[in-house]
Design a protein. Structure first.
Length: 402
């Protein structure tokens, strides 16, 4: 047994009779999204006998803000919009006041540490690149710092943020990538960057929870055939291209509906496009749902037309519910789906979205074949392996600190 394993076993023995390892997660807010679901799965499943967990939110905001388990301490620096006045004038003042307050905290991180957190932590974890600075600027210089990276670094819209991201990378003790593709793209684009130690840890999938929640009844769902998609309304999600393909299919006589679960800054543009194309009744925006699984279960097909993704959690959720899937070849999607066997892979082009949807609407043999191959798909998801990998990493980093 090597020295590192000996130290790790000694630490485990020590922890059974002494203090737990103190972990601090930093994250902006808890709007419905893949990263937020990953955070919640960690909070619910990391060994509470080994770890004492605190989450510090910049904003106490989002549909998932009250979903933390009881044993986790939640701290927040500012109120969320849910707590603002309904008066628009007062709301603007509150938003300005919050912005000034957060800028003060950014410039003086000791305020956060002394006023809100009030203790030191052994491990500090940034859940996205937006949280990197808050973790690295911690006044607790003895903690081990972990970054979590979910983005394709070469994405055009990310480029204004890239210099800051690159400057932060070498300062971490460890970097976790949520997919092999994300790590590969990072190293291909910046081979000379001074990288910290790294791991690839995919997202955990709450299989039984998904299946249980999926049976909840919903009303007003359109008649078959229905494509469903779940995601933030952001331009990179490709919903504008999906709507173009949908409108063309209707013109060509292929009856169907599309239901979108999610919200975001792109909604006004999408609503304008929806009106222009005359698809208000067939391209339906349902907004955010605390439980999106019944919508996936009741749909005939799932579609993900994204320009970029990492390891999209929603695809795994749709596989668990055995839905035939159309998805773009982005991130680790080609590792998650086998083309024409457990899914249908396309490029980020409107015409390819169109032809894939047409195939799903007309080729009954293909759909039957995909469904047959999805019957035992849940066996591929090993959650305990994911949580064990995170726990082992934390234990090793803490060992080096003691």
């Amino acid at each position: 047994m090597d020295q590192e394993k000996i130290q790790l076993n000694q630490l485990k023995d020590f922890m059974t009779v002494d203090a737990k390892i103190k972990i601090l997660f930093r994250h902006r807010s808890m709007e419905m999204g893949g990263v937020e679901k990953v955070l919640l799965s960690l909070l619910h499943n990391l060994d509470r006998e080994k770890f004492e967990i605190t989450v510090c939110l910049t904003l106490n905001q989002g549909e998932l803000r009250n979903e933390f388990p009881g044993h986790v301490r939640k701290v927040y620096l500012a109120k969320g919009k849910e707590d603002f006045s309904k008066n628009k004038f007062i709301q603007k003042f509150q938003l300005l006041q919050r912005t000034i307050q957060l800028e003060k905290f950014r410039k003086k991180p000791e305020i956060t540490d002394e006023k809100f957190l009030k203790e030191n932590y052994d491990i500090e974890i940034a859940m996205t690149y937006n949280d990197f600075a808050s973790v690295l600027n911690s006044t607790n210089k003895n903690s081990k710092k972990i970054g979590w990276f979910h983005s394709e670094i070469n994405l055009p819209k990310l480029q204004p943020l890239v210099p800051a991201i690159l400057a932060h990378f070498p300062k971490f003790d460890h970097m976790i990538y949520c997919s092999e593709k994300i790590q590969t793209i990072m190293h291909e684009n910046y081979p000379n960057l001074e990288y910290p130690k790294e791991s690839v840890i995919i997202n955990a999938i709450p299989v039984e929870e998904i299946k249980t929640k999926a049976v909840e009844k919903i009303s007003g769902f359109p008649k078959s055939p229905v494509f469903v998609s779940v995601g933030r309304l952001h331009s990179r999600k490709g919903y504008h291209k999906l709507m173009e393909a949908h409108a063309q299919l209707l013109k060509d006589g292929f009856r169907h509906s599309v239901v979108i679960i999610g919200n975001g800054e792109e909604l006004p543009n999408l609503l304008a496009q929806q009106k222009k194309l005359g698809v208000e009744k067939t391209f339906i925006f349902e907004g955010n749902k605390m439980n999106p699984y019944p919508y996936i279960k009741n749909a005939d097909f799932f579609i993900m037309p994204s320009e970029s993704e990492a390891w999209p959690l929603v695809l795994a959720e749709s596989l668990i519910l055995q839905k035939p899937i159309i998805a773009t070849r982005v991130g680790d999607v080609e590792l998650m789906l086998k083309d024409r066997e457990t899914g249908y892979l396309i490029n980020y082009k409107t015409d390819e979205i169109y032809h894939a949807m047409k195939e799903f609407l007309t080729n009954k043999n293909l759909i039957a074949y995909l469904k047959e191959n999805l019957k035992d798909i849940e066996k591929e998801f090993d959650n305990r392996k994911v949580f064990s990998a995170v726990e082992e990493l934390i234990l090793k980093l803490h060992t080096k600190n003691t």
